[in-house]
Design a protein around this ligand. Structure first.
Ligand SMILES: [Zn+2]
Length: 199
């Protein structure tokens, strides 16, 4: 039985649904919001609603965007010949932050994982293959994570793409096995991109 007023309980309960937020953190956040000014609280609420209302998938690369196609797909200074395939939007951001990649992206939104029942049709692979039909892509860089699922996905994509006569490379991993692209520093990640090898 909670001793808090009902609205506080609701807020704590809502915050507990966020990843990595337990009851203790949730109540600390709730009381922080309670103490903050009305305009700060409104800004937070508006920011949450804004991302839900305005952020969509780019219909070309499936990056998260507020305009379609996204800014990267619109950028004519970027080559259309090289496509970098990543698992999620955060991997794209990490690679962008290295500043060494001037091609375009494709975001899979997951990996093939037979153990979890995730097959090729559950991630954006069909959409990737559709992009090859327009021609003009000469190299695909597979920048999936060095995990079992990332490796399985890279292998599946290699078998799919190589017969189309497109060069397939996998980024080199100065990145330790089992770690994630999203958390790698820019230097390690740019070295990994430079050191990619053909498969
Ligand atoms: Zn895009």
């Amino acid at each position: 039985m909670s001793t808090y007023a009902k609205p506080i309980d609701y807020l704590i309960e809502a915050l507990t649904k966020l990843p990595g937020v337990g009851k203790k953190t949730a109540s600390r956040l709730a009381f922080h919001i309670l103490r903050s000014s009305l305009s700060d609280a409104q800004e937070l609420a508006r920011a949450i609603l804004n991302v839900k209302e305005k952020i969509r998938f780019c219909s070309t690369c499936f990056n998260l965007t507020d305009e379609n196609p996204c800014r990267i797909c619109q950028d004519e200074h970027r080559t259309r010949e090289i496509l970098c395939v990543v698992e999620g939007p955060n991997d794209l951001i990490a690679i962008e932050n290295t500043g060494v990649f001037n091609g375009r992206y494709h975001v899979l939104h997951g990996t093939i994982s037979p153990l979890e029942g995730i097959g090729p049709d559950d991630i954006k692979i069909k959409e990737l293959v559709e992009r090859f039909q327009n021609g003009g892509i000469s190299e695909v860089i597979l920048a999936t994570n060095p995990t079992v699922e990332g490796g399985t996905t890279a292998l599946y994509l290699t078998d799919l793409i190589k017969p189309l006569g497109i060069k397939v490379t996998r980024i080199a991993y100065g990145i330790p096995m089992g770690s994630e692209i999203e958390y790698s520093d820019s230097m390690t990640l740019s070295k990994a991109l430079e050191g990619r090898r053909e498969i």
